[in-house]
Design a protein around this ligand. Structure first.
Ligand code: SF4
Length: 318
């Protein structure tokens, strides 16, 4: 049974942790509530950290001379510098972070589609901004998964996020040993997962492991780490998942009867057309891997990249 390492996640404090929103409210999130038992959360409220009270007058992003500013119109306050200074000092103090879950649409924490006003006063906003704190997160942690709690209500986005944070957490714990043999084991166990994400980078990662003698341990682990983060940034699409499923199917297909083979291929077509979840195809393969004692495949993270206890999270109500 695989032992999953506990990911460290920074989270917007107003989601399930504290009533620190501008209006004194807290955001309910069944996902964050559930995850509290499975991840180490580091809650932060950037607006409270820069000295704004609870409740407080609303703040907004305003474009001034082509630059994005954080403004509190009622007090005629420009909070841009305070927020940038806080973000920089907070983010540089963090170590061993596997991901961020931030509040959507916030002028501080929003990761996309945040309103940007052309004037501090009432005016029609554009909706293509990024919160000031979130923007610093993207700059400081280019290879770390960042999601907002709104997008995480989507089943697929949630599964991809859980996969990325548990894979990174696993890597982070493994690399403490600085043993190349453990890095090779990690690569081997994640082979099909990485293949689904990006076959080309997966091969490059294998190549640098093959050329390990050319690197110091530090260089090898850090190069691999960056490639892993880059790979996990872009979740797999249906055709590459199908490619991996067929690849694995090749290990067991000669032991199956014609009806079983036809049933699997039919399920694959349904997955291709979005009328069957990936999980069904994965479980079919998993049952054959167990039946035919395919040890190498049993340990592939592709089949269960995060703790099975979190599976119910994927069906949480919005
Ligand atoms: S969105 Fe961010 S800044 Fe706003 S209340 Fe929540 S944690 Fe604080």
């Amino acid at each position: 049974m695989k032992k999953y390492q506990t990911p460290n996640l920074v989270v917007s404090k107003c989601i399930e942790f504290e009533s620190c929103r501008y209006n004194g409210l807290i955001i309910a999130s069944p996902l964050i509530k559930k995850l509290k038992d499975y991840v180490n959360f580091i809650p932060v409220c950037p607006e409270v950290e820069i000295g704004l009270g609870i409740p407080r007058d609303p703040i907004r992003l305003v474009e001034i001379d082509g630059e994005i500013n954080l403004i509190q119109p009622s007090k005629d306050l420009n909070l841009t510098q305070s927020m940038e200074e806080f973000s920089s000092s907070f983010l540089s103090s963090l170590t061993d972070i596997d991901g961020f879950i931030l509040k959507n649409k916030s002028p501080s924490c929003g990761v996309k589609a945040v309103r940007v006003y052309p004037h501090p006063e009432n005016s029609r906003p554009k909706t293509d901004g990024i919160g000031l704190f979130a923007n610093s997160v993207f700059n400081e942690f280019p290879y770390t998964p960042v999601e907002d709690e709104g997008r995480l209500r989507n089943l697929q986005i949630r599964e991809d996020f859980l996969t990325a944070i548990y894979t990174l957490s696993d890597f982070r714990n493994m690399k403490k040993s600085q043993k190349v043999s453990e890095l090779i084991d990690f690569h081997s166990q994640n082979k099909f997962l990485l293949m689904a994400y990006n076959q080309n980078i997966m091969r490059e990662m294998g190549k640098i492991l093959g050329e390990q003698k050319n690197y110091s341990n530090d260089d090898l682990f850090s190069k691999y780490n960056n490639m892993l983060g880059k790979t996990l940034k872009k979740p797999p699409e249906i055709p590459s998942n199908i490619n991996v499923l067929l690849h694995v199917f090749g290990y067991v297909s000669d032991k199956l009867n014609n009806e079983e083979k036809a049933f699997f291929l039919d399920s694959l077509e349904k997955y291709r057309h979005g009328i069957m979840p990936l999980l069904v195809c994965l479980n079919l393969l998993k049952s054959w891997i167990i039946r035919f004692e395919q040890d190498y495949l049993t340990h592939q993270t592709f089949f269960q990249p995060y703790p099975p206890e979190l599976m119910p999270v994927t069906t949480i109500e919005r």
